[in-house]
Ligand binder design. Structure first.
Ligand code: CTP
Length: 399
């Protein structure tokens, strides 16, 4: 494959020649494109020597046949990998700014696979404008993100911000080429969404405020990445029109349980985002209950099956199971206990403390905790962006 390797001005640029070597060793052709600042950290000579091709650095170099080299390179390359990607580069790409050779090439590359490997100081990485830019970039279907990772940083502090090692990036490039546009092709994923309604009588129910937005966004994201999706939803006004999304509408927790447990064995992954009622009225009247006494009404509730726990109990090797947790106290400890108890691979913790996150709103802010102890905190994003983040983090980058 032909890879354009963009290098921007961070200390991790010194690792670029090593990455070029690994990619060349894996049989790829590599064309380096470095910014002026990158050349403060790594030399033109090293990059040209290891790649065996002249460096692309100047939009208007007399060496270029025409000043449209960025378009020729976009046509030539199968993928653009930017490592390291600085805050400045990410900010420019997220906002469509093209003011030098690499940012112009990167903008032209949109529509083909782009992989960015951020590297910067922790505070810069977590700065709200940075996370907003990343949120937008992650929502682009052909854009993937590798790292950054935690560890010691050049500024002497420790935290998230280190560029992933060249070996990790080279591996991610192979995964990208395995199926660049549709990394989930051939996979079947079960998604549960929305509330459940537990009937009291023929006209009344016990329910909750879940809109179904998160589950429908997950289904859209999975389908956009090539998966076949079985979406099982409780009552919601939402609809979805995608040939790869197979929607089954249910009403109660028991109906959702029956459909989900029947579909799960044929799936490679399941993401359970439904707000399932833990209890239902023990008796359901098939007619409308009449007012009977002035003392009030007592409903005796019995427990519903836990869909997530039973999928966890029947999980096969190779299946990935992702649950959600909505906690108000001891959030992380409770979520982590739920992850173990229900035999999950990931749990997505919804923050109820943050304004704009949770039920009935279009935005969300989550922490994704992995069975392996990994943890990813999202900024406040649209539910579609959160869905893309979950799909990329838990299913695509783990392949
Ligand atoms: N869930 C499920 N079936 C249930 C209850 C919950 O599949 N009967 C799933 C939800 O879809 C979600 C996860 O379990 O992915 C967490 O649900 P939550 O209500 O937060 O947790 P519970 O297991 O009900 O535990 P608790 O009420 O003690 O917090």
């Amino acid at each position: 494959m032909r890879i354009v390797l963009g290098i921007t001005g961070g200390i991790a640029a010194y690792k670029a020649p090593q990455l070029v070597r690994l990619l060349v060793k894996a049989g790829h052709e590599v064309q380096c494109a470095a910014t002026d600042h990158a050349l403060q950290f790594v030399t033109r000579v090293s990059l040209e020597t290891v790649s065996g091709r002249p460096l692309y650095n100047d939009l208007f170099s007399p060496a270029n046949n025409r000043s449209t080299e960025h378009i020729s390179l976009k046509d030539w390359g199968d993928a653009l990998v930017v490592a390291p990607a600085t805050a400045n580069f990410i900010g420019k790409l997220a906002n469509g700014i093209a003011d030098d050779a690499l940012s112009t090439l990167a903008l032209a590359f949109c529509g083909k696979p782009i992989m960015i490997c951020p590297a910067m100081n922790t505070q810069m990485w977590f700065a709200p404008p940075m996370q907003r830019n990343m949120g937008y970039l992650r929502s682009l279907p052909l854009l993937s993100v590798v790292g950054p990772e935690g560890g010691e940083l050049a500024c002497g502090t420790t935290g998230d911000g280190r560029m992933s090692e060249p070996e990790t990036i080279a591996k991610a490039v192979e995964a990208l080429f395995a199926n660049p546009a549709m990394p989930l092709t051939g996979q079947r994923v079960l998604v549960t969404a929305g509330p459940t309604y537990e009937r009291i009588d023929s006209v009344r129910f016990v329910g909750n405020y879940s809109s179904g937005n998160m589950g429908f966004a997950l289904a859209r994201s999975l389908a956009a990445h090539g998966a076949e999706v079985d979406l099982v939803s409780g009552p919601t006004h939402l609809d979805i029109d995608h040939p790869a999304v197979h929607l089954t509408r249910v009403e109660s927790a028991r109906e959702m349980y029956d459909v989900a447990t029947a579909l799960y064995p044929a799936c490679q992954a399941a993401i359970l985002s439904a707000a399932v009622a833990d209890y239902r009225p023990e008796h359901t009247a098939d007619h409308k209950l009449k007012k009977q006494s002035t003392d009030g009404l007592t409903l005796h509730m019995v427990q519903n099956p836990d869909i997530l726990a039973s999928l966890g109990a029947s999980k096969r090797k190779g299946q990935t199971l992702i649950g959600f947790a909505l906690e108000t106290d001891n959030e992380e400890a409770n979520a982590s206990a739920k992850l173990q108890r229900k035999n999950l691979d990931y749990i997505v913790l919804n923050s109820l403390r943050d304004k704009g996150a949770g039920f009935g709103v279009d935005t969300n802010k989550v922490t994704i905790m992995g069975r392996d102890g990994s943890r990813l905190d999202s900024p406040l994003m649209s539910k579609q962006q959160v869905a893309d983040l979950i799909v990329e983090h838990c299913l695509i980058h783990q392949q």
